[in-house]
Write a protein that binds this ligand. Sequence first.
Ligand code: GAP
Length: 445
Amino acid sequence: MSPAPDPSLFDKVVNLCKRRGFVFPSAEIYGGFRSTYDYGPVGVLLLRNVKEAWWRSMVQLRHDVVGLDAAILSPPAIWEASGHLQNFTDPLVDCRNCRERFRLDKLDDSDECPNCHAKGSFTEARQFNLMFKTYAGPVEGAGNEVYLRPETAQGMFVNFKNVLETSRKRPPFGIAQIGKSFRNEITPGNFVFRTREFEQMEMEYFVSPDEAGQWYEYWCDERLQWYVDLGIPADQLRLRAHGENELSHYSVATSDVEFLFPWGWDELEGVANRTDYDLSQHAKMSGESLDFFDPASGERFIPYVIEPAAGATRTAMAFLMAAYDEEEVAREGQGQGETRTVLRFHHRIAPYKVAVLPLSKKPELQEPANVVLGLLQPHFMCDYDETQAIGRRYRRQDELGTPYCVTIDFETLDDRAVTVRDRDSMAQDRVPIDALLDHLAPKLS
Ligand code: GAP
């Protein structure tokens, strides 16, 4: 049985994000800017680690996937061919009573305003296109329109031929990309879960039409397992197949990887069978042939595409929520109990891997502390902190999710050894500086 969602977790994580420098509201000194967020010194490390873990699993450790970094600005022709100009819309309703706007398909009751509870107060639904439009060059007018991409996927379809000709890959093979996407969401919210500017991690896997079904199953399983391998408990994850009426205009089958957020199950990633829809559309609109000739079988076909499409920013939030823990502990170094907050990140996801903490700011401890930092920094992302009592510094590192703290004390001056403290067990080991790298490397590799 799945655990119940914990609504109190939401505020705890949002507060911790602000307090410890994970995420700040954008343009905060001007009062914030419409559900837009900036990633602070720790958040940027977390986000990079999420993206690197994805790239490692999807590109580095495979022989059948190559990378791409396509432009964000794109001409209307791409979005006409992809169907986004016509179909990438959400149904928008206004409440005549309180003037709030809603997505009709996200309302629990399509007749009652969730804000003022008026009944029957909604306007007729209008289809609202989610793409941001702007103009290239100094003249704003017809012929100069460009769009900020609402998904990274199209950059991979329009480069299919370039990649096929230069990479020596043949179906089944994939093109992977990480980058920003933009959607003029009607109702952004739930912190970084739904924002207008966000990062995606998408892979388009090109296969023969006969094999599309089996590759779809394969990628559903692979992608679910990726989150488990990086420490999200399996009972907080599930795969949910879309019903007929939920499918995007390009998909014949989609399953979402869902996470148990504080408000209930919600989407982390979609795995879709996009058929040959996109390549066929681009071939038709551009006049370029985008089919593949298989010399082995003598067959010519337009590949089908299986697409695992994840959100990096949304996934970072899920890792934060899954890692958050509070426990009663004895105060380190003292008798009384206290509640410690700890982010139990998988070490690959943790922003800092090691914190180097000289017991005091005295110059005689700074020298060995700098030696230790210099030893570790080429291998691991390290934090260095010499302020406050050591117990408080451990608590701070617990809240950052740092797996190991290395403390340099006055004994270090005699024995050239340091104390290594484990985040999860709080156990402490005395390790010679000369052996420190060998001690930490297997735990963090
Ligand atoms: N190429 C297919 C595609 O874009 P999607 O389900 O619309 O599919 C994929 O988006 C993933 O991108 C979602 O599962 C989600 O993680 C992320 N995503 C989509 N819209 C988002 C938003 N407004 N804010 C944050 N993440 C978003």
